[in-house]
Ligand binder design. Structure first.
Ligand code: ADQ
Length: 762
C-alpha cells in the first residue's frame, strides 16, 4: 500500500504498542480519544520534517468490533490521524502484552527475576504479534522511508523488518532499563532478542549505563565487540547511543497561565494551608517502590514526632496493568499500608497520607507539583522517570526539593537532587528531614541548575536528535565495507603511486610494520606487582622477542627506498612514546607522531605539542589503575605523557576480558565530566585526553606539506581516527579484520611490506 503518493517529505513510520489515539465503543457509537503522552508530544515535533505515520494497537480488540466497525476505525484513524491500527485479539493482549511484555520482559529488565514468568506459549505469541506488526509496516513502507520502533514490546521487529527490507533505515528506542548480563542471561530467549534488536541501524537507550549493559550482553552472548559503540553485525553497522528522554519543558513551565490550574491551586492551598506537602506521582507499579516508600515514611513519622500534624504526603498512583497478578497484589498491599499508617497516626483534622488512585489531568497534576515542598520519587528501578523532570519544570523559580532514587535513569542527569537508595528506609527518612529543613537559598540554587539542564534537553530535542543520528548514519550506511586487497589492487595502486608527486605516507608501527611485540616497552611507571611479573617472565623466557627494527633488514630496506624518493614524506604515526620513536627513527628523514598524536616531530627538529594538554587527571586515575593491577595478576600499567594504559595481554584468558570491561566501566563512571576518552586496543585499555587523536595530528602535517597522494596503513583502533580524518581520495588500509573506516584491508604486516615494496619495484 502506498500512503505517500505525491508527497515530498521523507516518510517516518513510528511503531509503538499503543496508538496516540484510543478507540472506545459506546452506546452512541465509536469514539476517538487522543493522548498527550510524552512520546506523542515528542513525535509531534517531527511532523515538520517528516510525513509521520503511526502503527499501533488502538485499544480495542478484534473481538469487540465487527468487520464494518473495523473498516470504519481503520479509515478514520488513517485519514484523520495518520494512524494505522493493528487489531489484537484478546489472546494476543493476554499473552503478548500482559504475558511476555509485562510478566517477562518488564520485571526482568527492572531487576525483579522473582516476578518474571518464563512461559514459552507467551513467547510464541510475542513472536507472532511482532510478525503481525511487521506485516503492517511492510504494507506502509516504501524505499527511502524511516522506521522508528518503540520499546520492549517489539524487540524482534527490527530484524524481522531487516530480513525483508535490507536497506531500510531502522531506529529502535527502549524506554525501560537494559539490564546487566547477569540478569539478562536468565532469559531463555536472550540470543533471539539481541539478534532481533541488531536488525536496527540505531539503538537508543535513556542512559549510557544501559548502552554499556547492552554492549556487554552482545559481547558475552553473541561474541561481537563494539568499536566506539558501533557493532559490526553480518556486514552491517549498528550504532548504540544514549538519548535521555526529556519533557515538554515549556508547557510545564508556563502552566500558571492556564485558568484551571489557578482554580485547582486555590482549592488545594485552602485545604492544605499550614502544612508542608510531600508529593509522589506514579503509575501503580512494583518497580516504582511505593510500598518501600510507605515503610520509609512510617520510619520518618516514628523518628520525628516533631513533624506530626505538620506534614501531609499526597500520593497519586494511577492503577495500571490491572489484569497482571503482581499489580493486583500491589494494589491491596499499598491500600493496606496506607490504612495502617493513617490508622496509627491520624488525628481529628490531620491525615498524614492522602492517597489518590486515579489519573489526574494536566492542570491538576501541575497544581500539585507547584504546591509540593518536596517531591518523593523513589523507584526501585526506572528507565528514566519523567515525573522528576516535570516537578523541576513546574517549580522552576520556586523553592522545592527533589528526593530521587539513584536507581532511576533520570538520576544520571539530576545530580543536584537528594539521591537515595530506594531500599533504605533510613536514607529516605533522613532525606525527607534534610529536604524539610533545607535553607531556601540552597533549594533555589539546586532547582536552578537542574532547570537549566532540562530546558536544553526537552522531548523535542530528544526526538530530533534521534532522527538526526539515524539520518546521519544513512550517509555512511551504503558504503561498501573494506575488502582484502589482491595482486591486481597492488598493481593499480603502485601504478598510481608512481605517477604521483608530493606523496604523504602514514604508517603505524606495531602490528603494521612489525608484528606485535609482546614484551612491554618504554614503561615509565611500573609498580611493584608488575616488577615481580617481569622478573618471572624473564626467567621463564616465555615471550617471543621480535627482532629490533635495526636488525630487520627487510623493513630497513623498504623504508630506506621510500625515504630516498624526494617526493615522499614518510610519517611514522604510533601510540609509542617519544623516546621509543626517537631511538628507532630519530636519525631518519621521517615525520614522527608519538602517543597517538600528542607529540609531533618534523624531520630533524624538536618535538612539538600540537595542542596544550593537561595531564593532571592522571593523579585521579592512578590509584584506580593500581587497584586493578593489584587485583589482576599478569597486568601492568604503562604511563605516557598524556595517557595511562592498562595492559592485559599476560592476564589469564578466563578473567582478562571481564576484568578489562569492569575497569572500563569504572573508569567511564569516574571520568564522565572530564575531557578524557577510553580506548580498547589490542589487549590494552588506554585513557587519554579527548583532544588527542591521530587524525588531528595527521591533518596538521598535511596542512603544512600539502599532498597529491596520501596513503595510511594501521591496525589499531586509534588508526580509525586517522582513516576518518583523511580527505577523500586518500588510500586507507586496515591491517586485520576488525570493523574499520578504511577503504581496504590486509591480513598482516607481511602484506603491508608487500604493498610498500611494490611502490619502488619495477
Ligand atoms: P512510566 O513507567 O509510565 O514510563 P514515568 O516516566 O514516570 O513512568 O511517567 C510517565 C508519565 O505518566 C509522566 O508524564 C507522568 O506525569 C504521568 N503520570 C504518572 N502517574 C500519573 C498519575 N497518577 N496521574 C497522571 N499522570 C501520571 C516509561 C518508563 C519510564 C520512562 C518513560 C518515558 O517506565 O522510566 O521515563 O516510559 O520513556
Amino acid at each position: 500500500m502506498n500512503l505517500l503518493l505525491g508527497a515530498t517529505m521523507s516518510k517516518l513510520i513510528l511503531v509503538a504498542n499503543r496508538l496516540p489515539v484510543t478507540v472506545e465503543k459506546t452506546e452512541n457509537g465509536l469514539i476517538y480519544k487522543q493522548s498527550v503522552g510524552g512520546l506523542a508530544t515528542g513525535m509531534s515535533s517531527l511532523s515538520a520534517k517528516f510525513d509521520c505515520y503511526w502503527i499501533g494497537f488502538p485499544g480495542i480488540t478484534s473481538e469487540s468490533v465487527n468487520e464494518k466497525e473495523m473498516k470504519e476505525i481503520t479509515q478514520v484513524l488513517k485519514t484523520k490521524y495518520q494512524c494505522i491500527p493493528v487489531f489484537l485479539s484478546n489472546t494476543d493482549v493476554s499473552e503478548y502484552y500482559e504475558g511476555f511484555s509485562n510478566e517477562t520482559l518488564w520485571p526482568l529488565f527492572h531487576y525483579f527475576p522473582n516476578y518474571t514468568k518464563f512461559n514459552s506459549l507467551h513467547w510464541d505469541t510475542y513472536h507472532k504479534v511482532n510478525l503481525l506488526f511487521l506485516k503492517n509496516v511492510q504494507d506502509t513502507y516504501m524505499t527511502g522511508d524511516y522506521v522508528w520502533i518503540q520499546d520492549y514490546h517489539f524487540l524482534l521487529l527490527p530484524m524481522m523488518l531487516r530480513n525483508v527490507e535490507p536497506n531500510a533505515m531502522i531506529g529502535f528506542f527502549l524506554h525501560i532499563p537494559f539490564p546487566t548480563y547477569e540478569v539478562f542471561r536468565l532469559l531463555p530467549w536472550r540470543k533471539a532478542i539481541l539478534e532481533g534488536l541488531l536488525g536496527a541501524d540505531l539503538i537508543g537507550f535513556h542512559t549510557s549505563s544501559y548502552v554499556r549493559h547492552f554492549l556487554d550482553n552482545v559481547h558475552h552472548l553473541l561474541g561481537y565487540e563494539d568499536v566506539f559503540d558501533v557493532i559490526r553485525f553480518s556486514e552491517r553497522k549498528v550504532k548504540v547511543s544514549a538519548f535521555p528522554m526529556g519533557i515538554d519543558y515549556r508547557k510545564f513551565e508556563s502552566v500558571s497561565k492556564i485558568p484551571e490550574f489557578k482554580s485547582y491551586l486555590k482549592e488545594l492551598k485552602k485545604n492544605t494551608d499550614g502544612y508542608k506537602i510531600i508529593l509522589s506521582v506514579d503509575r501503580l507499579d512494583y518497580s516504582k517502590g511505593i510500598t518501600e516508600r510507605l515503610e520509609s515514611f512510617q520510619v520518618f513519622l516514628e523518628k520525628h514526632a516533631e513533624f506530626l500534624k505538620k506534614v501531609i504526603w499526597i500520593i497519586v498512583a494511577v492503577p495500571s496493568r490491572t489484569n497482571v497478578t503482581a499489580y493486583g497484589d500491589l494494589h491491596s498491599k499499598v491500600n493496606e499500608l496506607v490504612g495502617k499508617i493513617n490508622g496509627r497516626y491520624e488525628t481529628v483534622g490531620w491525615t498524614p497520607i492522602h492517597y489518590l488512585t486515579r489519573s489526574i489531568d494536566f492542570p491538576e497534576l501541575c497544581a500539585l507539583y507547584y504546591l509540593a515542598d518536596v517531591a518523593l520519587v523513589t523507584p526501585l528501578r526506572d528507565g528514566m522517570n519523567l515525573v522528576a523532570k516535570e516537578y523541576v519544570a513546574v517549580k522552576h523559580d520556586l523553592d522545592g526539593v527533589l528526593i530521587l532514587s539513584e536507581m532511576a535513569g533520570v538520576s544520571e542527569e539530576l545530580g543536584e537532587a537528594l539521591t537515595v537508595n530506594p531500599h533504605s528506609n533510613d536514607e529516605i527518612s533522613s532525606a525527607i528531614i534534610t529536604a524539610l529543613k533545607m535553607p531556601v537559598n540552597e533549594k533555589k540554587q539546586r532547582m536552578r541548575i537542574m532547570r537549566e539542564r532540562l530546558l536544553n534537553k526537552d522531548v523535542f530535542k530528544w526526538a530530533g536528535n534521534f532522527m538526526e543520528d539515524l539520518q546521519n548514519l544513512e550517509t555512511t550506511k551504503n558504503k561498501p565495507s573494506a575488502r582484502f586487497i589482491d595482486m591486481k589492487w597492488i598493481k593499480e595502486i603502485s601504478a598510481y603511486y608512481k605517477k604521483s608527486k608530493n606523496r604523504v605516507i602514514f604508517l603505524d608501527y606495531d602490528g603494521t610494520l612489525v608484528p606485535f611485540k609482546k614484551k612491554p616497552q618504554g614503561l615509565t611507571f611500573v609498580p611493584k606487582a608488575s616488577d615481580f611479573i617481569f622478573d618471572l617472565v624473564k626467567k621463564l623466557n616465555v615471550f617471543e622477542v621480535i627482532k629490533d627494527f635495526s636488525d630487520d633488514i627487510e623493513l630497513n630496506d623498504i623504508l630506506l627506498q621510500l625515504e630516498r624518493d624526494n617526493e615522499n614524506k614518510l610519517v611514522i604515526i604510533s601510540g609509542r612514546n617519544r623516546r621509543f620513536l626517537e631511538e628507532k627513527f630519530g636519525k631518519r628523514k621521517f615525520f614522527l607522531i608519538a602517543e597517538h598524536g600528542a607529540w609531533i616531530r618534523k624531520p630533524g627538529a624538536q618535538w612539538e605539542k600540537p595542542i596544550d594538554l593537561d595531564s593532571r587527571w592522571k593523579e585521579h586515575l592512578r590509584p584506580l589503575f593500581q587497584l586493578y593491577l593489584d587485583r589482576t595478576p599478569g597486568s601492568y600499567i604503562e604511563e605516557k605523557d598524556f595517557s595511562l594504559v592498562w595492559h592485559y595481554r599476560m592476564v589469564h584468558p578466563s578473567i582478562a576480558e571481564s576484568r578489562m570491561r569492569e575497569l572500563k566501566r569504572t573508569i567511564l563512571n569516574t571520568i564522565s565530566n572530564m575531557s578524557l576518552k577510553v580506548l580498547e586496543g589490542n589487549k590494552v585499555l588506554e585513557v587519554k585526553n579527548v583532544e588527542i587523536d591521530k587524525g588531528r595530528a595527521a591533518k596538521k602535517i598535511l596542512a603544512e606539506t600539502g599532498s597529491s597522494f596520501i596513503i595510511a596503513i594501521g591496525d589499531d583502533m586509534t588508526d580509525e581516527d586517522l582513516f576518518e580524518a583523511l580527505p577523500e581520495g586518500a588510500i586507507t588500509i586496515k591491517v586485520g579484520n576488525e570493523p574499520t573506516y578504511a577503504g581496504s584491508r590486509v591480513h598482516d604486516y607481511t602484506e603491508v611490506r608487500k604493498i610498500l615494496s611494490a611502490f619502488y619495484q619495477n
